[in-house]
Design a protein around this ligand. Structure first.
Ligand code: UN1
Length: 508
């Protein structure tokens, strides 16, 4: 069946049509839940429809996925890496179409849409290497003729619940590691980005099929809270990775913990950039623009608080306000656009409510602060002068709104940086080595991501990504994040005939 608009025809190249089934269950596409529309945030018109998962679809999918886990965990790790390599290749082939879909359905500009798909490709490359490095330790035993070692085994099934703002990259962070570690993946994408969930799953499914592996190794559901809750409660899923708000994350964590499952949480951020008196101002201003306006302020790593030294306060602010006025707002697929629409009409309403609250708490709007009248969800990029003690500054408003505040000393700036409930990302602009190392040290930033002379957002996949405090404590993507997707066994082997006991205990 054809799409309502000719401009959507490229979606056929990535396996989508105007009506889609939203569950990949036991290697087949089906669905018995409600039909929802995927909507273009530029004009709020339907791109295509998707039938979501019913609870029965979920049950069927999970049964097959649990069975497939028994097969997948016995495939050798380098062979699993080879499958992930092929997924990476398939993504490379469709990079442009998938990037365009991300822009179309989520609303981020094309460069960022393509960047998001590139992030999964990078994760595939990382995971291929990892598949030959899932190494355990050999530990010297205190007992004669004994040996201690660590082995890493798969958990079985890993649940991945992702958010609209990174509708596929965050799947990549989790699924690439989970798969090479020998786990099946069950994915619930965001309810408002079902086409991305389907397109990515189709590509993974084709690789599994080509290699004659069970499709249920990768199980996917389009759906809402009901499917999310089913995943959180499901004892067949030992690890649940969740990306979203602190409020929902806490509920997921409680449910998963109640059944002694593990959680990997990537929740709200409220990230600050500190600009010291000696900073390279040009570098800082460019970074702030990308960090605060990029993805229309809808990254968890978006810079929401700008902490400026009093001596450069006005200079930086003047340059920023000028730049903000030139930011091209428009269709994210059009060349030159820097700021696309917010994802949904509700996001736009939240922006409006947020601005009201800011004003009622004494915030002074320096630029922006209004929505743009159109059929889409466009708002103006906004800068607000405000006291760091205001309540609004403690909260994450998921929109391009930047709070600016002044400081005198480095210690004061760090205190402001650390004074919010969230602890995801942070950055300082300075050339002074002593400040750089203090910033990275125990009395510096309390965040999971601590940067110097770069924006708060745009992390590479090579490091472990995640944050402290209300951000949830999870670490995903690179470094040793993979360990969380595995069960560690500490093994002690006695290859002698005596029974020496640890701690020198003599038992009769
Ligand atoms: C998110 O917003 O959920 O560091 C993730 C960044 C991206 C990931 C953001 N690589 O901004």
């Amino acid at each position: 069946m054809g799409f309502a608009k000719k401009e959507y025809d490229f979606l056929k190249e990535i396996g989508l049509s105007s009506e889609n089934l939203g569950c990949f269950v036991d290697g087949t596409w089906k669905a018995h839940g409600p039909v929802v529309s995927s909507v273009n945030p530029v004009n709020n018109q339907t791109i295509a429809t998707v039938m979501e998962a019913s609870i029965d679809d979920y049950e069927e999918g999970m049964r097959a996925c649990s069975e497939a886990a028994k097969i997948w965990m016995t495939v050798t790790a380098p062979k699993r890496g080879e499958i992930v390599r092929q997924i990476g290749e398939a993504l490379r082939e469709k990079l442009c179409q998938l990037g365009r879909l991300v822009s179309l359905e989520m609303g981020k500009i094309l460069a960022e849409g393509i960047g998001e798909v590139q992030e999964i490709i990078d994760m595939c490359d990382f995971a291929v290497g990892l598949s030959r490095q899932i190494n355990g330790l050999i530990i010297p035993s205190e007992r004669p003729n004994h040996m201690m070692l660590e082995t890493w085994n798969p958990l079985g099934v890993v649940g991945v619940i992702t958010a609209f703002n990174f509708p596929c990259a965050v799947l990549g962070w989790n699924a690439c590691n989970a798969l090479v570690c020998g786990n099946c993946v069950v994915w619930k994408g965001a309810p408002t980005t079902p086409l991305i969930t389907i397109a990515i799953t189709k590509l993974v499914a084709a690789v599994l099929e080509k290699n004659k592996l069970p499709g249920a190794i990768f199980t996917a559901f389009c759906g809402g809270a009901e499917i999310g809750q089913a995943i959180a409660k499901d004892t067949r899923i030992p690890l649940v990775s969740f990306t979203g708000s602190t409020k929902v994350g806490l509920m997921v964590q409680k449910t998963v913990n109640e059944r002694f499952g593990k959680c990997l949480l990537e929740l709200s951020g409220n990230n600050a950039i500190i600009v010291m008196d000696d900073a390279d101002i040009k570098l800082a201003v460019r970074s702030i623009l990308f960090a605060a306006v990029g993805t229309a302020g809808q990254r968890c790593t978006t810079c929401r608080r700008l902490i400026l030294h009093e001596s450069i306060y006005q200079t930086v602010l003047d340059q920023l306000v000028e730049l903000y006025k030139q930011v091209k707002v428009g269709d994210p697929l059009e060349k030159g656009t820097l700021l696309g629409p917010l994802h949904t009409p509700t996001s736009r309403q939240n922006f409006e409510k947020g601005i009201e609250k800011i004003k009622s708490q004494g915030g002074k709007i320096l630029t922006g602060g209004t929505v743009i009248e159109s059929e889409g969800n466009f708002v103006r990029p906004t800068i607000v002068e405000i006291s760091p003690k205001s309540n609004v500054v403690q909260e994450e408003l998921f929109a391009p709104v930047l709070y600016v505040m002044k400081f005198k000393t480095f210690e004061e700036a760090v205190e402001i940086n650390n004074s919010v409930p969230q602890g995801l990302s942070s950055s300082i602009f300075t050339q002074k080595p002593e400040l750089i190392f203090k910033w990275l040290g125990p009395l510096g930033s309390d965040c999971g991501i601590v940067n110097v002379n770069i924006p708060t957002n745009g992390a590479e996949i090579g490091g472990a990504f995640g944050g402290e405090k209300a951000t949830g404590g999870g670490r995903e993507a690179g470094s040793d994040s993979w360990k969380q997707y595995m069960r560690r066994s500490t093994c002690t082997i006695n290859y002698g005939n005596e029974l020496p006991l640890a701690q020198g205990i003599n038992f009769g």
